[in-house]
Design a protein around this ligand. Sequence first.
Ligand SMILES: [Zn+2]
Length: 198
Amino acid sequence: MSKLYFRYAAMNAGKSTALLQAAHNYEERGLQVLLFTAAHDDRTGPGVIGSRLGLQRPVATFGPDTEFSREHMPDDLACLLIDEAQFLTPAQVRQLHRLAHLGRVPVICYGLRSDFRGEAFPGSAQLLTLADDLEEMKTICACARKASMNVRLAADGRRVTQGEQVEIGGNDRYRAVCPACFYSDDAAGAKQAPGLFG
Ligand SMILES: [Zn+2]
């Protein structure tokens, strides 16, 4: 039985690296995969999934109007892999769940659970509701606790706590922090030098 998988994490936990590795594992067995990332993510240029380890490959992009249905997919598709899945609409998550169970294609989504305000992304909330298999990918706050939240930083390094949920910038605009640092007034985890885990 095929499933909808959601691999969620804070920023910079290696989601894109894990996605590219998963794709490679299928392909080295001669199986066909299809990769998508959000159309408005310009971190590595349009239609590219890039990992911080230097791997990258061109991929398809999805926008709010992209339809994930079996007839739009290759017949011999072995797996659908989606990066930046927090930007899926709830309706698209429903399509992917149907695709997994009726179209018999495993769908693996990688994305952020919460935004810089600690609010859910609609796509992630729907994935947490419908995904058959959930896994948190771990990353570490600058204080060495587990990071599960994100802070947004202004160009001068100061923390930003208000604004639009989606504001595309470099990954250095965001930092993964633990809840204690997220709620502390000085956002220590946000201000510290990136160090080992930045
Ligand atoms: Zn911390």
